[in-house]
Design a protein around this ligand. Structure first.
Ligand code: NAP
Length: 248
């Protein structure tokens, strides 16, 4: 069975590790190419966009792909939309492997917003110190509010950092501990955290730290998911693969 796994997440990498020794599954893991030095997976991989829906369909036909697993990040909405459209047109099975969204707990002070521009607005007029853990691509939105001080944490230096006049850049890759998150928030005198509702264990310590210190969290909620079978465990997706492998 030929599989295309759309990746760029720890879930996709975990799936690749689980199926690496399955001779019956001929899987390719696809990366967008955003990270300079991705960790090479234990299965064949490719890097770079397909060229929209048309390019993805051409790839799927050329490689005689039997099924697609969309294990992209919950905020990679364009790729998910393209995968849904291409698989619908080609009548190929498609499933999503994702992580559950974070949910607020007692003691949290969350402000939920639908998009990054609304998160910028929610910071308000009074100058504050905001801890931004939103990735590099959408940082430029915060240039609209240059009166705040920004503590920006990304894995690689983001180009848009230049658009924030008053900032400190922290380059780090999760997982992070609650103790370290509390220390960072205290040392930098952070009074508001801004995050996407990415879900997952590697970066959720910041939420517990914010809860412990009683600071506000502005949460950008996920874009609407595609209407396709969705699993949040590797076992779930493997059962789905099995069902489609057995299908004629
Ligand atoms: P996006 O906005 O949904 O996608 C933009 C374009 O990038 C797509 O149309 C596609 O180009 C290409 N692309 C995206 N994912 C791809 C993949 N796995 N393989 C090949 N091409 C891909 O995506 P994004 O938000 O920029 O995310 C890019 C990558 O980073 C994804 O792999 C995602 O899983 C990962 N990631 C994203 C976030 C986030 O917050 N958005 C966080 C962590 C990791 P074509 O149209 O040319 O095919």
């Amino acid at each position: 069975m030929r599989l295309l796994i759309l990746g760029g997440t720890s879930e996709a990498s975990a799936l690749a590790r689980r199926i690496a020794d399955r001779p019956d599954l001929d899987a390719v893991l696809s990366f967008a190419g955003r990270t300079q030095s991705p960790v090479p997976p234990p299965i064949p991989f490719r890097v770079g966009g397909f060229g929209g829906i048309t390019g993805l369909k051409a790839y799927l036909v050329e490689h005689k792909t039997n099924a697609v697993i969309d294990a992209t990040h919950p905020f990679a909405a364009r790729m998910s939309r393209n995968a849904a459209a291409a698989c619908r047109d080609l009548r190929l099975p498609l499933a999503v492997l994702t992580r559950p969204a974070w949910r607020s707990q007692p003691g949290d002070r969350w402000t939920s917003v639908a998009e990054m521009a609304a998160a910028v607005q929610a910071l308000g007029d009074r100058p504050r110190t905001a801890f931004l853990t939103v990735g590099g691509l959408q940082l430029a939105a915060f240039a609209q509010a240059p009166h705040h001080r920004y503590i920006v944490r990304t894995i690689e230096p983001p180009d848009a950092i230049r658009s924030l006049p008053f900032h400190r850049l922290v380059l780090a890759r999760g997982p992070f501990s609650i103790e370290d998150e509390i220390a960072l928030i205290r040392d930098e005198r952070v009074d508001v955290l801004v995050t996407k509702n990415s879900g997952g264990g590697a970066t959720e310590a910041k939420l517990a730290a914010a809860r412990a210190l009683g600071i506000e969290v502005i949460v950008v909620e996920r874009p609407a998911p595609e209407a396709v079978p969705t699993f949040d465990t590797i076992d779930g997706i493997l059962a789905w693969i099995e069902a489609h492998r057995a299908a004629p």
